[in-house]
Design a protein around this ligand. Structure first.
Ligand code: C2O
Length: 572
């Protein structure tokens, strides 16, 4: 065809080249502006000047395909420092766009801006984005929906509709004031006043009958619900009255489908479920309320609702009000239901779990109580028995730097910002879930990271402690997905528990619910250079220091090397 002088043939040839190249590079780049600003939001009878993105609560939903690039310009027009984290995005080589403040960047100051650029690589399903600075994420969050590449399909029948349901937590106060007060007094922060679904508490709360999300459905349809726990401090049960849910994905990885009537999500976790409208046409409550595993601790025991409404549901006769059908929720402390749910997850098929382990790590995770420092005013020691709440991993209570981000200090070799001596094991072994001696209740504050070479394999036992109280901790690792090989109660015992590891089809997640008074075992390959925070996603616990970071060195060549920092990276 090119051996011709006919100009039409040339034209056709170039057109066909164009077509080929455009079908090979159908990955798109999505540009967004996020303006972080105070916006009046009225909930529970009262209006607050709420920090939002683009005046929306929750913020905008981002919809992309696997392989696409996101370019999000964040402008801070609020009075607080802010950063945005793209929860669950692997950020391969783009750690500068991960977002946790003082870990991968300094905060965007009021009046400042920063553009996050990153590409979605090999992830499909539901993730989300949220502020990663103080407690701003109470209201600064939104969904990130990743569909298969164009031309690819879901590994399940195409749902008729898709609905993202973000579960949130609302304070009838400024959340920043709530955490500041707790930090000042050393006491536990006030619990929230409501949970929300897409920002709406639902009609079981005062002044909220109009603030109820309606999810329409046609009889016989199968729809996809993308459920995200965006609550700050509470694990949540989720149910739809009279309907079964088929779990098909979690944390932007597909899972072997299984059917359940109830979900439990820790903050940070997402669960994609199919729901078939196979009940009589009516209105059914979608409800979420607390899974509270910590004994005796105060918690928000309210229930948020939305309404699944069949389009053919008979209209209630004038003047009558037919309440939607309410699901029976599990008891607040129903750990048996949680265990049955979390142990149902499998990868869709056999996966290659790393079997040669370079780092065999054991981290305790839990709370602590600091004695009141000598001379301190009693008003600053209002934790139990005149103490201050704290939390730690392996007895280190994590302290964020304030002059440089960890990633910048690492990349530029700035000394004195962190040390690389985060311990592989707890400094003292004890009966972690028993009656822990008071001498072990006070961790050491520090900014310690654990160093990994590129490509090394890690097995990590996350062991909950019962210091002060045992509770379920949603442990989230930035920059990675990990396989969850097993979980159990009591102290992890390698000779007894190693046999229980699922090395065939364990689920791939970015947040593990470590059972109350128990343990989880995860594995991952350190194939993403950078500094990656790992923390409890109950924000009250991260505030108290339940965090650490992995420092993953560059490997060989460009593809194993962190990209250079963007020009507009905020400095401290
Ligand atoms: Cu979704 Cu470090 O968090």
């Amino acid at each position: 065809m090119t051996n011709t002088s006919n100009p039409i043939c040339y034209l056709l040839f170039f057109l066909s080249l164009l077509l080929i190249s455009s079908s090979m590079t159908n990955a798109k780049t999505h540009y967004h502006d996020f303006v972080v600003q105070a916006t009046p939001v009225k909930r529970l009878c009262k209006t607050h000047n709420t920090i939002t993105v683009n005046g929306m609560y929750p913020g905008p939903t981002l919809e992309v395909n696997n392989g696409d690039t996101l370019v999000v310009n964040v402008m801070n027009r609020a009075q607080y420092n802010v950063t945005i984290h793209w929860h669950g995005v692997r950020q391969i080589r783009t750690g500068w766009a991960d977002g946790p403040e003082f870990v991968t960047q300094c905060p965007i100051r009021p009046g400042g801006s920063y553009t996050y650029r990153f590409t979605i690589q090999g992830q499909e399903g539901t993730l989300w984005w949220h502020a990663h600075s103080s407690w701003l994420r109470a209201t600064v969050y939104g969904a990130l929906i990743i569909r298969p590449k164009e031309g690819d399909s879901y590994p399940f029948p195409k749902p008729k509709r898709e609905t993202a349901l973000l579960l949130g937590e609302w304070w009838d106060a400024n959340p920043i004031d709530v955490v500041r007060q707790a930090t000042r007094t050393g006491a536990a922060p006030n619990v929230s006043d409501a949970y929300t679904i897409n920002g709406q508490p639902g009609d079981l709360y005062n002044c909220s009958s109009k603030d109820t999300l309606i999810v329409p459905v046609g009889s016989g349809e199968t729809n996809l619900l993308r459920v995200v726990n965006s609550a700050l401090n509470q694990e949540l049960f989720f149910k739809v009255a009279n309907h079964k849910l088929t779990v098909v994905g979690a944390d932007a990885s597909y899972v072997k489908p299984f059917t359940t009537s109830v979900l439990m999500l820790g903050p940070g976790q997402t669960t994609d479920v199919l729901i078939t409208a196979d009940q009589s046409p009516a209105r059914y409550y979608i409800a979420a309320r607390a899974y509270n595993s910590a004994q005796g601790a105060p918690f928000d025991n309210t229930t948020t609702t939305a309404i699944l409404e069949y389009k053919s549901a008979p209209c209630p006769a004038k003047g009558t009000s037919v309440k939607p059908v309410m699901p029976t929720m599990p008891a607040f402390n129903d750990t048996a239901t949680v265990t049955a749910f979390t142990t149902s997850f499998r990868s869709p098929r056999k996966v290659s779990v790393p079997t040669k382990i370079d780092h065999n790590l054991f981290f305790t995770v839990g709370l602590g109580l600091n004695r009141c420092p000598p001379g301190a005013s009693r008003s600053t020691c209002q934790g139990p028995n005149g103490t201050r709440f704290t939390a730690s991993m392996n007895n280190v209570s994590f302290v964020l730097p304030s002059n440089f981000s960890l990633l910048q200090a690492h990349q530029q070799g700035i000394p004195g910002v962190f040390t690389t001596d985060f311990p592989a094991n707890p400094p003292v072994q004890f009966d972690y879930t028993g009656n822990v001696s008071r001498s072990l209740w006070q961790p050491i504050a520090g900014t310690k990271v654990y160093r990994l070479k590129y490509g090394e394999t890690v097995q990590l036992v996350l062991q909950g402690t019962s210091i002060f109280t045992a509770e379920n901790h949603p442990i989230h690792l930035h920059g990675y997905d990990f396989y969850i090989l097993a979980e159990g109660f009591g102290n992890f015992n390698p000779s007894r528990d190693t046999g229980k590891f699922n090395l065939v089809d364990p689920p791939l997640r970015n947040t593990a619910s470590v059972p109350v008074g128990g343990w989880s075992v995860i594995r991952f390959v350190a194939d993403n250079p950078g500094v990656w925070l790992m923390h409890c996603h109950l924000d009250v616990h991260i505030t108290w220091g339940l965090a650490m970071a992995f420092l993953v060195e560059n490997g060989v060549g460009e593809l194993q090397t962190l990209e250079p920092p963007p020009k507009d990276l905020p400095l401290c």
